[in-house]
Ligand binder design. Structure first.
Ligand code: ZN
Ligand code: ZN
Length: 310
């Protein structure tokens, strides 16, 4: 990480922290301008309230139409790292299965590489402020997903601990696209798992956290949070199960209170094992009944045909 970036991210962290809390400090919100000069903020964190909240805070708004009727997903990808069409089709089907949104619009933004060997979440957040163009508007809720060409800073490839994706705010997610490619390339010769499978599982799992799962902004109807892996499901076979996660990187859980803390870092080679098991049974990795009950309670579309038995 470059030192100046680190300093910049500390400044940004401070600003972001202010906006995420219900601060009672009157100085915090007082524009430093005279009365006759209109205040123009250059800080997108302030300009777009609702896009920079803690992870899981917007589950209801993503699923139901009370506040927003449309969804816009910005896929910001480093050149050469656009997700596959198959993965995006699967991802959009997943969203349409559970969300009542009238329109789900996907916007692609190609970006230059930041030329970093690894990326911290602070650096990813700084890149978001530079590159994000989709923000909430009157009837549209906007989500930003960054497809990175560098691995996560906390990875330990020698121990097979690699991060595939992470969520770090209510409408912000990162997919470590190069890491997914490396993992898929390693396993595809010996399994039927391909890059699209891993991209789909990572996107859908991480987006489950944006729905507020598990117990991450969305209350549980019945207790099913894994005792050893916070914010993950304890039901075997569920998309939100911790077996897909493996958070041994020391950077785990609890986004509440810390705007950059990853609620989840989906990691490890066990995702391949889980995908293989499902695929050999002609099944997809999907949300189980308990997770569906939770999101139904905050307004998700759950039809009898999608209510699966586990
Ligand atoms: Zn997770
Ligand atoms: Zn579950």
């Amino acid at each position: 990480m470059k030192k100046w970036l680190y300093l910049l991210s500390i400044v940004t962290l401070f600003i972001a922290s202010c906006s995420s809390e219900t601060s009672t400090d009157p100085v915090d919100d007082t524009p430093m301008v005279s009365d006759d000069e209109p205040f123009v903020s250059t800080n997108p964190v302030r300009d777009f309230p609702g896009n920079f909240l803690p992870t899981g805070d917007s589950g209801g708004d993503i699923l139901a139409n009370d506040n927003f009727t449309n969804l816009e997903i910005q896929i910001a990808f480093v050149e050469g790292f656009r997700p596959t069409e198959e993965a995006m089709n699967n991802f959009e089907s997943y969203l349409q299965e559970f969300s009542f949104k009238q329109e789900i619009n996907v916007v692609y933004t190609q970006l230059d590489s930041p030329n970093e060997e690894t990326l911290t979440l602070e650096e990813i957040s700084d890149l978001e402020l530079d590159n994000r163009t989709s923000y909430n508007s009157d009837d549209t809720l906007a989500i930003y997903i960054y497809f990175a060409d560098a691995p996560s800073d906390g990875d330990d490839p020698d121990s097979n601990l690699v991060t595939l994706g992470a969520v770090y705010r209510n409408s912000s997610m990162v997919i470590f696209a190069q890491t997914i490619r490396d993992l898929a390339a390693q396993f595809s010769p010996i399994s039927s798992i391909n890059r699209s499978d891993v991209e789909t599982a990572t996107l859908n799992h991480e987006f489950g956290h944006l729905f507020g799962l598990v117990n991450l902004g969305t209350a549980m109807v019945n207790p099913h949070e894994d005792e050893e892996a916070a914010n993950h499901c304890n039901v075997e076979g569920c998309l939100m199960r911790a077996e897909l996660q493996f958070s041994n990187t020391g950077l785990k859980a609890s986004a509440k209170g810390d705007i950059y803390a990853p609620a989840c870092q989906i990691t490890g080679h066990d995702i391949i094992k889980a995908l293989q098991t499902r695929k050999s049974n002609a099944e997809t990795v999907d949300l189980d009944t308990e997770c569906r009950l939770d999101i139904e309670a905050i307004g998700a579309r759950i039809t009898s045909s999608t209510a699966k038995e586990y």
